[in-house]
Design a protein around this ligand. Structure first.
Ligand SMILES: NC(=O)c1ccc[n+]([C@@H]2O[C@H](COP(=O)([O-])OP(=O)(O)OC[C@H]3O[C@@H](n4cnc5c(N)ncnc54)[C@H](O)[C@@H]3O)[C@@H](O)[C@H]2O)c1
Ligand SMILES: O=P(O)(O)OC[C@H]1O[C@H](O[C@H]2[C@H](O)[C@@H](O)[C@@H](O)O[C@@H]2CO)[C@H](O)[C@@H](O)[C@@H]1O
Ligand SMILES: [Mn+2]
Length: 449
């Protein structure tokens, strides 16, 4: 059994490989292959990956390559996590809209649409290369963002591809819920959820007869945040070591759950809804000169590559240099469910086909599904209220217009996608942002006429 990681040079690769290695027996994995287009970055990351495998005495063989055939031949699982244009382009996705007074975020609003136009065709290329070389019953598990746009492009251009698009935000929220309520077994929570990627709501969270949605709503209303007590303590003490959600922007995000929940206490919101429901506040509280891309480059990326340089010099690796946790566990557990036909419940991004009764059948939605060897068996979430339907349909139309515009090379459709996004106040602002984005993305975007 071979697992290939596309975007082998990603900051998340060491954590994902550790999650795979810890499930080596259940996955029966013999080889992990890293594939990237940036040879030097991937080589450096592979040194830590190699160290992890040796450290836990894993029998898994490691292959590092920039050659597609070597990467995909006979592979059973392809974990994709590429960032087209890397952090340099993420910075532009965030800063260009902010200069025009709009939300600057890598997956939401104009930034997300821009990142989507960069990623759409490279993702289709991955699907085609995998289909050419990999095992016939392979699965592509895709984390590459923006997952909403990427999944719509896959649906439109490669509807039969063996791909499941996923996001770790819902499981990360459940982890926080568990920490707030002092229940460590967050992967066993039973949930119902509906929405689009980075645009959804938990309608139920239960565990051993407890209504955790009610408990967490009360917790957030009382504490004005979804940060758990131990993190709140660390905040007071300024002891931020080993807590990856203590970057200023994540603290802001967890605190904004309170503001979003105040505006609608019916369901627990995905954190990303802040960008659509609190757009004005988010813009006013952003620093257009220092965004999340800068924060990541100054923390996660810097720590990893400094850690690697230290390893090269001294032979020592500190686990702190890389993150291992819910992100890698989620994708590895999903592969395990597919391989071993466990029918465990996961939240995934799939074509609606009635899962949300009053949303179009061709929408790519995020909902729970039982995962077995034949893929996701979606759990129907019934009809949704007008508030959710209205919000989702506007966002969906924006994402669909973007993908159609990218495929057809239509400036008009892409402009419409930007101008109808809830984060943008006017068509003229949308055009100004779009024109700047076209210039910034010359190297990556399809030509728009
Ligand atoms: N879906 C989710 O919930 C979720 C969660 C975390 C991260 N992500 C995504 O995972 C990806 C990696 O994130 P990161 O912060 O570690 O980025 P990163 O920049 O550290 O790594 C991305 C890697 O992708 C490579 N790459 C770019 N284009 C490629 C291509 N065409 N083929 C192969 N490799 C290519 C880059 O060279 C780089 O090494 C991003 O898309 C990010 O948004 C998604
Ligand atoms: O700003 P970043 O690059 O740190 O994170 C952006 C990603 O945020 C979500 O994933 C988080 C997750 O929430 C967190 O708990 C942990 O597992 O790390 C993940 C990556 O930081 C989101 O789901 C992703 O789509 C974003 O890429
Ligand atoms: Mn996500």
């Amino acid at each position: 059994m071979i697992i290939t990681i596309v975007g082998g040079g990603s900051t998340f690769t060491p954590g994902i490989v550790k999650s795979i290695a810890l499930r080596q027996k259940e996955l029966e994995v013999e080889e992990v292959r890293l594939f990237d287009i940036d040879e030097e970055r991937q080589y450096k990351v592979s040194l830590v990956v190699d160290w992890i495998l040796k450290d836990i005495k894993s029998p898994i063989r490691l292959t590092v390559t920039t050659d597609k055939k070597t990467a995909y031949e006979n592979s059973s699982f392809i974990f994709a996590q590429m960032r087209v244009g890397k952090y340099a382009m993420r910075e532009k996705d965030e800063k260009i809209p902010l200069r025009h007074g709009c939300v600057g975020q890598e997956t939401c609003g104009c930034g997300g649409l821009a990142y989507g136009l960069r990623t759409l065709f490279p993702m289709i290329q991955v699907i085609d290369d995998v289909e050419k070389y990999a095992a016939p019953d392979h699965w592509i598990l895709n984390y590459s963002n923006p997952a909403a746009v990427v999944s719509e492009a896959c649906r439109a251009l490669r509807p039969h591809a063996r791909i499941i698009n996923i996001c770790d935000m819902p499981i990360a929220i459940l982890e926080m819920v568990g920490r707030c309520l002092d229940i460590p077994n967050f992967t066993d929570f039973d949930v119902n959820y509906f929405g689009l990627n980075h645009f959804g709501w938990f309608t139920d969270i239960t565990y051993q007869g407890r209504d955790l949605k009610a408990e967490i709503t009360e917790y957030v209303m009382k504490n004005k945040t979804l940060l758990p007590p131990d993190v709140l303590e660390k905040l007071k003490e300024h002891d931020r070591v080993g807590e990856r959600h203590l970057n200023a922007s994540w603290i802001h995000t967890w605190n904004n759950v309170y503001k979003v929940l105040q505006s609608n206490p019916e369901y627990l919101p995905n954190t990303y809804l802040q960008y659509y429901l609190l757009s004005k506040d988010v813009v006013e509280e952003s620093n257009p000169e220092y965004t999340r891309a800068n924060e990541v480059m100054d923390s996660r990326e810097k720590e990893l590559f400094e850690g690697i340089d230290h390893y090269i010099k001294t032979g020592e690796v500190t686990a702190k240099a890389f993150y291992h946790g819910a992100h890698g566990n989620y994708i590895a557990d999903l592969a395990m469910a597919l391989k071993n036909d466990t029918k465990k419940k996961f939240i995934v991004i799939v074509q609606n086909n009635g899962a949300i009764e009053n949303i179009a059948p061709d929408a790519m939605v995020e909902v729970p599904a039982y995962i077995g060897k034949n893929g996701p068996e979606v759990i129907c979430q019934g009809p949704i209220g007008d508030y959710y339907k209205g919000l989702m349909e506007q966002q969906l139309a924006s994402e669909k217009l973007l993908v159609a515009g990218g495929i057809e090379g239509s400036y008009e459709k892409v402009w419409k996608a930007f101008s109808m996004n809830k984060t943008v106040p006017s068509a003229t602002v949308a055009k100004a942002i779009l024109d700047e984005m076209i210039e910034a993305n010359k190297e990556f975007w399809p030509e728009l006429r």
